[in-house]
Design a protein around this ligand. Structure first.
Ligand code: LMR
Length: 340
């Protein structure tokens, strides 16, 4: 089945972001008193991203005392998927770590290559891409959209959930699936015969509970900490895609910091990201146990033949990216994966 990517939707500047930006301008480092660095994210504190942000906060405090004050705002409490990147551009927050899937609609479609189903089979493969020249080139692309990319963080492989097991293509018929705003992810679900519905992360549980959508995908740490087990009784360990993050800051804010502070923050973040990657693998393993032991969710492991069936159904999505404007990026990523 042929797929075509629609052009990125223009993002509305929210009133809330504009207002907040007006009061946020003093956040630029002025040499007068402590610098406040608000780090906003959409997930729970006890997730790879949540823990990494708190670790970064602790490291900066240890090294700079009150001079550089990192404030962590989890759970979409400060900004959510709809407005966080806009808020960063406007100076209403200093640091974010959106999932890689969310940069496409923010004008950096190269990042949607990471959403390709079955491109990666483990986070370590992604690391080879993000830690090499391709990862660095991707971070530089963010500058075109008024973001400064500071590094990558894993969550892990995504799995699918619904009111029924999702083993064969026929199981997907009629599903309405909550997805992140990524055209590759939308194409993935359409290829399986389901209808993707873009919703902010913070609204996912409620939308599943009310029946607005009846399926979703995420790594297990997010599935557990969002309480999705109570609204999605069947979890299939498809491991079909990767979910990770890029940490970004506002370039004007960054340029306003003395070099020594930029170095301190860069070093603290590097250490926090390395630790965050170690936690990510562990948290996702722990989440599987917790889901099996503490919730009533039924966990299904598709057979090799079932996996192959899904993979075959999704081939058109790879072809769509190969032939589209991000084809060269996909080639570059594949070259890293093939190199020994
Ligand atoms: C989602 O929106 O499903 C995830 O990207 C949330 C996150 O940041 O892990």
């Amino acid at each position: 089945m042929p797929f075509a990517l629609p052009p990125p939707a223009p993002r509305a500047v929210t009133r809330r972001a504009l207002l907040a930006a007006a009061v946020a301008l003093p956040a630029l480092a002025s040499g007068r008193g402590p610098v406040r660095l608000r780090f906003s994210h959409v997930v729970a504190p006890d997730t790879p991203k949540g823990r990494m942000a708190l670790h970064f906060q602790a490291l900066v405090h240890e090294r700079a005392g009150d001079r550089l004050r990192v404030e962590v705002h989890p759970d979409s409490q400060l900004w959510g998927d709809d407005d966080e990147i806009e808020a960063l551009r406007l100076g209403a927050v200093e640091m974010l770590a959106p999932s890689l899937s969310k940069f496409g609609m923010a004008g950096v479609p190269e990042f949607e290559v990471f959403d390709l189903p079955y491109l990666f089979s483990e986070a370590a493969q992604v690391r080879r891409v993000t830690e090499g020249p391709v990862g660095q080139a991707l971070l530089r692309r963010l500058e075109r959209q008024q973001m400064l990319g500071l590094g990558f963080l894993d969550n892990g492989l995504k799995h699918m959930s619904a009111q029924r097991p999702l083993r064969r293509v026929a199981d997907f018929a009629g599903l309405r699936v909550r997805v992140q705003a990524s055209r590759v992810i939308e194409a993935q679900w359409r290829a399986l015969g389901a209808q993707p519905v873009v919703l902010p992360f913070a609204e996912t549980r409620r939308a599943l509970a009310s029946g607005v959508v009846n399926a979703t995908e995420n790594p297990l740490s997010n599935f557990l900490t969002q309480g999705l087990a109570s609204v999605q009784p069947q979890l299939t360990l498809t491991g079909h895609g990767y979910l990770g993050y890029a940490v970004v800051t506002n370039p004007r804010f960054w340029a306003s910091l003395p070099m020594a502070d930029q170095r301190l923050l860069t070093d603290a973040l590097r250490a926090a990201l390395a630790q965050g990657n170690r936690w990510a693998a562990q948290l996702n393993r722990d989440a599987l146990l917790a889901l099996q032991q503490q919730t009533g969710v039924a966990v299904h492991q598709p057979s090799e033949a079932e996996r192959d069936g899904l993979r075959r159904a999704l081939r058109g999505v790879s072809q769509m990216v190969e032939r589209g404007p991000q084809g060269q990026w996909l080639k570059d990523v594949r070259a890293v994966l093939l190199a020994k």
